[in-house]
Design a protein around this ligand. Sequence first.
Ligand code: ADP
Ligand code: ADP
Ligand code: ZN
Length: 207
Amino acid sequence: MGPPGSGKGTQASGIAKKLNVESVSTGDLFRSHQTRQTELGILAATYMERGEYVPDAVAIKIIMDWVVHPKRSKGFVLDGFPRTKTQAETLDKELCRYGGVDRVLLIDAPEVELVRRLTGRLSCKDCQATYHVDHNLSSNNRKCEKCEGRLYRRSDDNSIVAKKRIQLYRKETSSVVEHYREIGKLKEINGAEPMDTVAKNLLEAVE
Ligand code: ADP
Ligand code: ADP
Ligand code: ZN
């Protein structure tokens, strides 16, 4: 868990690889539906463009369909889910015979840094890897280093919608964080540190 721009996507795939499981981002699932112009994708887009959460029933269904698959029986990493109380309650209930989630990893960073990251973020159309205009790329390299896919700027990564998303996280998702703190599952990692340091600290927290 963490606010938009804290580095969830960057870190989730790395942790999953180290643990030899798969990771999923709710946002990526919605965007893939959007690209295919499915009914769900068209519905989700109206919320995402405004920086609002997609209705719980829709978010819960898309994640639970992904989780309930033989490939995920060894475990999995969720990125960006749960974000509301109802989502957390459903997830806890679905996983209760496995003892619930093992760990909730929280990464956070100061708001100015979150906005800087989001407004400079470039995402790969094909593999969803993210980059930043200030770092990872030379100015003539606008292709994904992992898959050569096209890099684009998400329509919700402008400063107005980005700030709105951060506010919504503080208002709505912070209480979900507190729930996991109370039941002793939360580990907090400083997301303002360099990516490698964050990755190392997260892995220590899982192990
Ligand atoms: P989230 O999934 O939480 O919204 P991302 O993982 O997509 O965040 O990261 C947002 C942006 O910040 C990306 O451009 C990414 O390259 C950059 N970023 C991620 N982690 C760090 C970090 N520790 N330091 C600096 N930039 C980072
Ligand atoms: P970020 O963490 O950078 O905001 P994501 O790609 O995770 O971006 O999410 C993009 C958008 O997808 C969110 O602003 C929201 O509209 C929707 N979304 C993602 N996860 C959820 C969720 N768990 N519940 C409802 N909507 C979600
Ligand atoms: Zn790619």
